[in-house]
Design a protein around this ligand. Structure first.
Ligand code: GAL
Length: 664
């Protein structure tokens, strides 16, 4: 409707928004019937945005398939794991192998690129939307074309069926394959197959994405590309996708105001900011979606309380985002997202609290000169590995309930967030060289070469932490023979004889050695997992307090070269994690973002470059907090004034301070 678009132009200028992502699901509007392309409306929109000084990420439209396409070419619709082709429904659920989908998409992507890539307002490509996608139906495609591609992928990987059967251990229960064509289903009991299938789905998705990028890069091949990744989703190995785009972006939807203080959500969000920043070597990323108010899919869709929008936006910048983008600009009048938060509500004007919040955030971002392009340089990394996640998930035993790999990684990350120690989240294929402390929770699968690289890290002075459920299988998901933790055994200086697990009611005491140098004190509680181990060079720092292995080691340290390797044999309570990690950071002289001790619920992080450091102090509670900076070399970025040594941080308040010293 022209009057709505005219109002949008006015409101967008008023909101201070200076970048949009455009055309994400617009295929049916670009091509309402086969070969009938309609770009007039987009020409007009791009010109209007350009006139307003708004920059554009132009999206490729593969996330939503038009009805005519789905009806004429049923093969583009995904087949689910039960072999049923899905009806035309939802979005993101196209077959990523289908040649016809790729052909039609290439045609439209080529036209978009030819027409707009050189437009001065277009600054990048937003490729597709949330590959693998949020869909109630099939998250992967099990159609015959995908299985044919899977067979080809397997042939490349294993050359012959004998190698494949041996690697998958498929003679067990007589499941081995005698012809490639027999591989036309996924058997949950053949774990190697399950993991290879997921690797293949990632590879297929990358292949699909590269075809999209190739099409748009026929014109202006240097125009940067991104694709938006998703919070907790573990369907794809995002780190592998990351290698093929110019910059990382992700969609952040924390459930603010679920709890009385916001720390849990703040920590969840910080984890993903850290994770997505890290998967491309720590370069700045973009928060491509966030809600300016509430969402329509949380169980309870609360509005952002006053102050929350600015704070959550500052948090994204603090962790390395180059900006704050919103889903959605204006509430769509009908369909599934009509009640999702938007900058412009159904009321259609600027006189709303949300709109004012957005204006305030735009003004704030406008004052952050000197921050874009800078990065966070943590000394600490916590390891999260997608293939390890799949392997733990598909395993039957040693404990089937509450495996909680991702949650466990987050619990470990949380300790650093609480201490305001900057941290990266990397996978086992990333470089470890820039870190001093590397925490590897539940490293069940140890891929080829990883143990050697970990050893080098320790020898050169790094501190390594391993936990229960580590070093059980290789990258084919075959158990290591000769004693766990397999290739980590020498490094840890111990042999895990049994991977015991506990019922939920079976908590066990963990008793630190007296006068230990990590200042562990009192007794801690272990639950779920408890490895029974023998020392082979490591020293004991704590022992089990119960059961037939009472008195045996529960926490150990091994010295390797100039470094130290810890093994935490049981899943311990939060108090243990807090004491253990503050002991470790003190021992390794790892400093927090600020020397000052911050009150509970307040956290700080750093961004900087070779000349300047910025510190972001954020209060995720609903009460004001007293901050004492101890030192006063800082300048307040927003006021331009010297920062006082002591000040009050209001509820959900923040301060951005800077000084001229390189980030260290
Ligand atoms: C994202 C998606 C958007 C929108 C949003 C709602 O995952 O990319 O298109 O649906 O969720 O929160």
């Amino acid at each position: 409707m022209p009057e709505i678009l005219a109002a949008d132009d006015h409101l967008m200028k008023l909101s201070g928004i200076n970048a949009v992502s455009l055309g994400i699901f617009a295929w049916a509007a670009y091509e309402p019937s086969e070969g009938n392309y309609q770009f007039g409306w987009l020409d007009e929109r791009i010109e209007a945005l350009h006139r307003n000084g708004i920059q554009i990420f132009l999206a490729t439209p593969s996330g939503g398939k038009p009805a005519w396409l789905a009806r004429k070419y049923p093969e583009i619709r995904r087949v689910n794991a039960e072999g049923r082709r899905e009806p035309q429904q939802e979005r993101h659920n196209f077959c990523y192998t289908s040649p016809i989908y790729r052909e039609k998409l290439r045609a439209i992507n080529t036209k978009l690129a030819k027409r707009y890539a050189a437009h001065p307002a277009v600054i990048g490509w937003h490729i597709s939307n949330e590959y693998s996608g949020i869909t109630r139906g099939a998250t992967e495609c099990y159609c015959p074309q995908c299985f044919k591609a899977f067979q080809d992928w397997l042939k490349q990987r294993y050359t012959d069926l004998e190698t494949l059967n041996r690697t998958w251990w498929s003679r067990f229960w007589s499941k081995h394959f005698t012809a490639w064509e027999q591989i036309e289903f996924i058997d949950a009991d053949i774990h190697g197959m399950v993991i290879d299938w997921k690797r293949f789905v990632t590879a297929r998705t990358i292949d699909f994405m590269l075809a999209e990028i190739d099409a748009v890069h026929q014109y202006e091949p240097k125009l940067p590309t991104t694709t938006n990744l998703m919070g907790d989703f573990q369907l794809l190995d995002n780190a592998k996708l990351a290698a093929h785009v110019d910059f990382i972006s992700w969609d952040a939807y924390p459930t603010w105001h679920k709890d009385s203080d916001e720390s849990e959500q703040a920590c969840w969000t910080a984890f993903h900011h850290d994770r997505y920043r890290s998967i491309k070597g720590g370069q700045p990323f973009l928060m491509l979606e966030s809600t300016p108010s509430g969402t329509n899919w949380w169980p309870v869709c609360r509005s952002k309380r006053p102050g929350m929008h600015a704070l959550s936006s500052v948090q994204a910048i603090a962790h390395g985002s180059e900006g704050v983008l919103y889903f959605q600009w204006r509430q769509s009048r009908g369909s599934s997202e009509k009640f999702h938060g938007a900058v412009v509500s159904h009321a259609g004007h600027e006189n709303t609290r949300t709109f004012r919040d957005v204006q305030e955030t735009s003004a704030l971002l406008g004052k952050l000169d000197g921050i874009p392009g800078t990065s966070v340089k943590p000394d600490v990394a916590v390891l999260y590995d997608a293939e390890n996640a799949w392997a733990i998930e598909s395993a039957q035993g040693p404990r089937n309930r509450d495996k909680n790999y991702l949650e466990t990684v987050r619990e470990h990350h949380r300790q650093f967030w609480l201490q305001s120690v900057p941290v990266d989240i990397i996978d086992s294929e990333a470089s470890f060289a820039s870190y001093r402390l590397l925490v590897c929770p539940m490293l069940y699968m140890v891929k080829k070469g990883v143990a050697e690289r970990l050893r080098t890290f320790a020898e050169q002075g790094g501190t390594l932490v391993f936990t229960y459920l580590s070093g059980l299988v290789d990258e084919s998901d075959l158990c290591f023979l000769g004693g766990f933790p397999g290739p980590l055994r020498e490094l840890c200086g111990l042999w895990v004889e049994e991977n015991d697990t506990l019922w939920d009611h079976g908590a066990m005491r963990i008793c630190p050695e007296e006068a230990n140098d990590l200042e562990l004190s009192g007794t801690y509680q272990a639950r779920h997992y408890a490895d029974i181990l023998h020392l082979e060079g490591a020293e004991t720092l704590a022992t089990y307090g119960d059961d037939f292995y009472a008195g045996q080691p529960a926490l150990t340290r091994n010295r390797i070269g100039k470094g130290e390797v810890y093994y935490v044999a049981s899943r311990n309570d939060e108090r243990f994690l807090a004491d253990f990690f503050s002991g470790l950071t003190a021992r390794a002289a790892i400093s927090p973002a600020l020397a000052a001790k911050l009150p509970t619920g307040v956290t700080a992080t750093l961004r900087g470059d070779g000349n300047t450091t910025h510190v972001f102090i954020m209060n995720f509670t609903h009460v004001s907090k007293k901050i004492d900076l101890v030192e006063t070399t800082w300048k307040d970025v927003l006021t331009g004034e010297h920062a006082p040594q002591a000040f009050e941080l209001p509820p959900l308040g923040y301060k951005i301070l800077t000084h001229h010293a390189p980030i260290s």
